[in-house]
Design a protein around this ligand. Structure first.
Ligand SMILES: NC(=O)c1ccc[n+]([C@@H]2O[C@H](COP(=O)([O-])OP(=O)(O)OC[C@H]3O[C@@H](n4cnc5c(N)ncnc54)[C@H](O)[C@@H]3O)[C@@H](O)[C@H]2O)c1
Length: 250
């Protein structure tokens, strides 16, 4: 039972989370924080090489950890991951749809339909496949937290990231529409939209893009994801949380 006075309750004891794109960046930081706060995690990534060492690192905290090599474009593969996670954990309370493609910067006129379709397949459809796959069990239990990672690109639009911006705008719209169906049934759906985040090697770095003058650390984005995933955030649904260090809208 949730303690309504515990406003920042992010104790994940007894909770099971699936995190996509979990071997790097924001996804990895989120997996670390959920296990630090007592949760069990299923970490999913197309990049299989680092999965085992991630599993070992997370298990060292005494948590149960499942590691899946999976391309989120593969709907059947996604269903298999969710089925096996439910078999092993018994339930899934939290889904963090974090995996995405974003690292290509090209003017729109130098992109083509094959590139757009790849971004749509991963960033939009991959998010929808995982969401659809976890919803049956979440609805059965009338409890769930789905956090979709979008981007300021989906809110402001970023030049040379036109197709990426389009996919993240879609993720925000997906979140908002789905929240209207799911909120009355106990599944809370929200979005987190980061601005510039540091690369893997640095905690934070300088940037002209925010008035704060620096990029976010992965852990700063993971802090927000964990807050929304926690029971202290039980009255929050439909939101898109922009976390961008007061970004200059350029
Ligand atoms: N880093 C930023 O500056 C920034 C800013 C705004 C939004 N975001 C969003 O935050 C999320 C995480 O960003 P990041 O910078 O940590 O990403 P990243 O590129 O460091 O990591 C993404 C992970 O997703 C995995 N992945 C990619 N395609 C996949 C697929 N088809 N199936 C399974 N896994 C796949 C990658 O292997 C990688 O481990 C993304 O949704 C991104 O769009 C990032």
């Amino acid at each position: 039972m949730t303690d309504m006075n515990d406003m920042i309750n992010t104790d994940f004891s007894g909770k099971h989370a699936i995190i996509t794109g979990a071997v790097a960046g924001i996804g990895r930081a989120t997996a670390v924080q959920i296990t630090q706060r007592g949760g069990d995690v299923a970490v999913v990534d197309i990049d299989t090489a680092p999965l085992e060492s991630l599993r070992t690192e997370l298990e060292a905290r005494g948590r149960r950890v499942l590691a899946f090599g999976c391309d989120i474009r593969d709907e059947e593969g996604v269903r298999d991951v969710v089925r096996e996670t439910l078999d092993r954990f018994g339930s899934v309370e939290i889904l963090v749809n974090n995996a995405a493609l974003w690292r290509r910067s090209l003017p729109f006129m130098q992109t083509d339909a094959a590139m757009w379709k790849r971004y749509i397949d991963v960033n939009i459809l991959g998010t929808m496949y995982f969401t659809r796959a976890v919803l049956d069990s979440m609805l059965e239990r009338a409890y769930g937290r789905i956090i979709n990672i979008a981007s300021v690109a989906g809110v402001y639009g970023i030049g040379s990231y036109v197709d990426y911006s389009m996919t993240k705008g879609a993720v925000i719209a997906f979140t908002r529409a789905l929240a209207k169906e799911m909120t009355p049934r106990g599944v809370l759906v929200n979005c987190v939209s980061p601005g510039s985040v540091s690369d893997d090697r640095e905690e934070t770095g300088p940037t002209e893009l925010s008035y704060m003058g620096r990029t976010a650390a992965h852990t700063e984005i993971a802090n927000l994801i964990c807050f929304i995933a926690g029971d202290g955030a039980g009255y929050i649904a439909w939101q898109n949380y922009i976390i961008d260090g007061c970004r200059k809208k350029i």
